[in-house]
Design a protein around this ligand. Structure first.
Ligand code: SF4
Ligand SMILES: [Zn+2]
Length: 301
């Protein structure tokens, strides 16, 4: 499977191609909001490299400057993508003249020797994206059950810095057990905590996935995904930070995803995507009647 989007690639807007690789998926599998691994095949004998080549050939055109590889887990976990396959993918992309490739990983698989081994002498820019979610260890442990600490993230960031690899962090907007106001505060504080460490911050507003604790709470009326007003607030507050700030919300305006009201959903989604290319907070200036409801929600404890 593959899809496209437009991104800022080395200072210029360019077309990016995302390819989903059917690996066995994440080894941790215990985050409270995630069930990505349920879509992963249980078959470790699938030839991931062949599938990658097939998808790449179907999707590639010369406008594409960046490739993002998703595995519903960690590309850098050799049990998901073995080292031979990882090496071949990186060499292939380098030979094709791709500027940048993004790989996702949990921090425990960000190992200096392994990265050196799979990158070899290839000169394309590697970006490693880590789902940090929050810089607050209490939220990581009790709201998300992330299975690593902020300090683990800092150690893996050090490895990336040493190897000149770009560091991208995903921060979650509104983990469970937080009020709307606490969620805004957590996202902004987390971004500030990693301002000098990462190159890109990608905010992920929560969507309710099937068979998760978040879905259980949502069904009981004890959780709702964030308001789009909260996303705008977070983006405005972090737009001046050093890293590129991006946000590509999923299921925006749907019952399981972030939203405002029917009148403003489409316009606000458009503005969030536009902001992600230019980081100009003026793009986020917008008003709608439903803002009052959000302001009332912020008063709740
Ligand atoms: S959010 Fe990431 S680390 Fe957590 S279970 Fe899902 S794939 Fe694994
Ligand atoms: Zn509205």
């Amino acid at each position: 499977m593959f899809f496209y989007n437009r991104e800022n690639v080395q200072g210029k807007e360019a077309k990016a191609l995302s390819i989903i690789l059917p690996t066995v998926g994440c080894r941790w599998r215990r985050c409270n909001m995630c069930s990505y691994f349920e879509d992963s095949p249980n078959d470790s004998s699938i030839n991931i490299f062949n599938i990658f080549i097939e998808e790449f050939n179907k999707a590639y055109d010369e406008e594409i400057k960046k490739i993002k590889l998703f595995t519903s887990g960690s590309f850098l976990d050799p049990k998901e993508v073995n080292s031979d396959c990882a090496k071949k993918i990186i060499s292939f992309l380098s030979e094709k003249g791709i500027y940048e490739v993004t790989l996702e990983s949990r921090p425990e698989y960000v190992q200096e020797d392994y990265l050196k081994e799979i990158i070899g002498n290839n000169e394309l820019q590697i970006e490693v994206a880590i789902g940090l979610e929050s810089s607050n260890n209490r939220i990581l442990k009790h709201s998300i059950n992330k299975g690593f600490t902020f300090e683990d993230f800092l150690s893996s960031s050090e490895v990336l810095r040493k190897l000149n690899i770009k560091n991208k962090a995903y921060l979650m907007i509104k983990p469970p057990f937080l009020t709307e106001k606490e969620a805004i505060h957590d996202a902004i504080e987390s971004a500030k905590a990693i301002e000098s460490i990462v190159d890109v911050i990608s905010f992920n507003p929560m969507t309710v996935h099937k068979n998760t604790l978040v879905e259980y709470l949502w069904n009981k009326g004890e959780y709702s995904p964030p308001w789009a007003w909260s996303i705008l607030e977070i983006l405005k507050e972090t737009s001046k930070l050093r890293p590129d700030i991006i946000c590509h919300p999923v299921a925006f305006g749907r019952s399981r995803g972030p939203k405002n009201c029917k009148t403003c959903n489409r316009e606000i989604e458009k503005r969030i995507l536009e902001f992600s290319l230019r980081n100009d907070p003026k793009i986020l200036e917008y008003e709608c009647e439903c803002k009052k409801e959000w302001e009332e929600e912020l008063l709740k404890f």
